[in-house]
Design a protein around this ligand. Sequence first.
Ligand code: ZN
Length: 284
Amino acid sequence: MSRPADADARKAVKPVICYPNDTLPKPPMETFRAARRSAQKTSEVLVPARDAACFHVPQGHFFRISSVEGPQVGDLNLWNANDLSERFYSGKTRALHGTHLTTGERMWSSFPHLRPMATIIDDTLDWYGMDSFGGSVHDVIGTRCDPYTGNLLAGSQYHHCCHSNLTRALAAETGMDLLEAESYVHDVLNVFMCTGFTRDTGQYFMKASPVRPGDYLELFAEIDLLGALSACPGGDCSSEHSSDTAPCYPLLVEVFAPEATALETWHAPQANGYNRSHGVSGDR
Ligand SMILES: [Zn+2]
């Protein structure tokens, strides 16, 4: 197609933010922080390198994902512990908060629920911001490393991708068979991963994560959660994933319970208010 005469003018139109941040309900961060100060640790799970593990976080409790031993990226799935059909919705979370999450932002659940599942209350990597390549940490733009893409691109049969790790962990936790468990695995929050899109070609890139042992991401559970975390075979994701070549380390998940009175002023998220008639009147 030939370039139209007004091409420059059309390209110069300024973008508008699809979902301005000031329209989102604000999380009560002071309440959460005060509750966290009184909280006591109740459990922990050490996720082995190149594998995944499940953990439960009751509504109103906190969970912390920590780097231990060495730089390591984690792929996080979350479900409503009482209804696994309600699960983390990476795409809508991206639309609401942008490509990477940090303190005060939320992990939102799938339709028809669309409510906060977890709110980030602390992020020791929040100093990173956005680097000169357009990279940042804790993205909701990647999906999860998986054996199907590896097979498509390289003909491989690699079994310790995050997708397979999460599938095995969920099957072991719930007693589902592998195929059923796989159907519940979904696009992740890439904890500690440093990613972006190249400015010239728009391609998805990764670079060595800035995470170091002792860094953590901490979240408040807005509903009863079942989580699964995979310690990605990419390690710090500085070179490649979908193989056993990168150095990999465990990740620690710890759960903390606040004092019973600490959340008295807090209101749990309600079901989404859309009436689900989809424009059809009368009985559905
Ligand atoms: Zn991975």
